[in-house]
Design a protein around this ligand. Structure first.
Ligand code: PMT
Length: 400
């Protein structure tokens, strides 16, 4: 399984002799399905050229914090948000110390501070430097803060010493990166997710719909499957591939989506309603194309069933999560929907901001449940989906 499929991996390269192995690491990450961008420190460029890593990654290499041109395109905050994972390989003793101090004096340390995503470090240094108490303390502090580490390996070093300090092999680092996305937190659970828009037909060629691309719901399905859940995606019409290990049930209208969900509820522990379901459908469906005649035409619409509320009213019911797409008083309206629809959790989504929400690759949300809430700052939908799945797993009732 390509666990890094569709993942944005930002590779930080610092100034150590192992920097030459970063070239192979890019290939290993790409083979596992990742999109790779590279940040190099000044010292790293003494060991390997940005051109080499640009050619391999297929993207310009980022080197400067204060580069006006870069800031107009993919600046440091955009890079930090783009990344689903920051891998630093090699990570020198100096880089570890600067991370501990929270420095932001070059692009790599600034992005490390600014990213909401996990950080994986592959240390590489002389064995005595690795054994030094200062480095040991730095490593312990970074692990305590939640950063992950792979290696170093033991063996003959470039300086002639033998001991711990060699950077792990690129394939091992790529495997560690993959493993970060396999949490197992929903292992044994059955998850049903709705995604995309619904289409409410007027006649054989016309319909009422909305701008939902399905990206958020598909990212949730991928995150749920990677968390070990048996995942079914009931999807309106979208142009997306079905995530690996996810079963997709294709529907068009709200009524079809409701039927597909209700038929699968007995086998469901968690329901997540992410679809942008049309609230109304045309009162009549014309079997032949409606001809234009008068200057004006009146459409009569009737209410569609509320799918997430129907699921929450079922007996027995799964842990039921809804979304609230709002343009004003976002949290207030979302909390009202949480109570009115009797949900266990709701994801408040401000869709007035065009950079996030409908159709964008990015989103930001506040997750609300009866006794609490958590804001999730802007990140890729893949990243946000993993955070939502972690919060859902954390709120599930404990079964004895
Ligand atoms: O698909 P993308 O382009 O990635 O965009 C993602 C998204 C913006 C569509 C998604 O993040 C989102 O906010 N989905 C919910 C959209 C919506 O219909 O919100 P709502 O506030 O109108 O509905 C509240 C909840 O009721 C939602 O869980 C919705 O799925 C559900 N609902 C609504 C109407 C209805 N008839 N049946 C429902 O189940």
């Amino acid at each position: 399984m390509a666990h890094l499929f569709n993942r944005n991996v930002l590779l930080g390269v610092t100034g150590g002799i192992a920097a030459y192995k970063s070239a192979e690491l890019i290939r290993q990450l790409q083979e596992r399905g990742a999109r790779v961008r590279v940040i190099m420190t000044g010292a790293a460029q003494e060991f390997i050229t940005p051109l080499t890593l640009q050619a391999l990654s297929g993207n310009p290499v980022h080197t400067d914090l204060l580069d006006a041109e870069a800031e107009q395109g993919m600046g440091h905050i955009e890079l930090a948000r783009w990344a689903d994972l920051l891998v630093v390989a090699p990570a020198t003793a100096d880089l570890l110390a600067r991370l501990v101090a929270g420095r932001a004096d070059d692009l790599l340390t600034t992005v490390a501070l600014a990213t909401p995503s996990p950080i994986l470090l592959a240390p590489a240094m002389n064995q005595q430097m690795w054994r030094d108490p200062a480095t040991s303390r730095n490593v312990a502090t970074l692990l305590e803060r939640g950063m992950k580490m792979i290696g170093p390996a033991e063996g003959l070093q470039a300086c002639g010493d033998i001991g711990p300090g060699r950077m792990e092999e690129p394939a091992t680092i790529a495997e560690a990166a993959e493993a970060l996305f396999e949490s197992g937190i929903l292992s044994g659970k059955r998850v049903l997710i709705t995604a995309g828009p619904t289409r409410e037909a007027l006649d054989p060629v016309r319909y009422i719909s909305n701008h939902s691309s399905g990206k958020m719901g598909y990212a949730l399905a991928r995150a749920a499957a990677e968390a070990g859940a048996r995942t079914i995606l009931v999807s309106g019409p979208v142009r997306l591939d079905t995530p690996e290990h996810v079963e997709r049930v294709a529907v068009n209208s709200a009524q079809e989506m409701l039927e597909a969900c209700m038929a699968r509820l007995t086998d469901c522990d968690i329901f997540i309603g992410c679809a942008a379901v049309a609230d109304y459908r045309p009162a009549e469906w014309q079997s032949e194309k409606i001809k234009k005649s008068d200057q004006e035409m009146t459409l009569r619409l009737v209410r569609n069933p509320d799918i997430v509320a129907s699921v929450a009213a079922a007996e027995p019911r799964p842990f039921t999560v809804g979304f609230a797409a709002e343009t004003n008083n976002v949290i207030e309206h979302a909390r009202e929907k949480l109570l009115r629809k009797r949900l266990d959790m709701i994801i408040a989504n401000d869709v007035s901001d065009e950079r996030i929400g409908f159709n964008s690759d990015f989103n930001a949300a506040t997750v609300l449940w009866p006794e609490g809430e958590q804001a999730l700052p802007q990140a890729s939908k893949e990243n946000l989906a993993r955070q939502i799945i972690a919060l859902v797993a954390g709120q599930l009732p404990v079964v004895n």
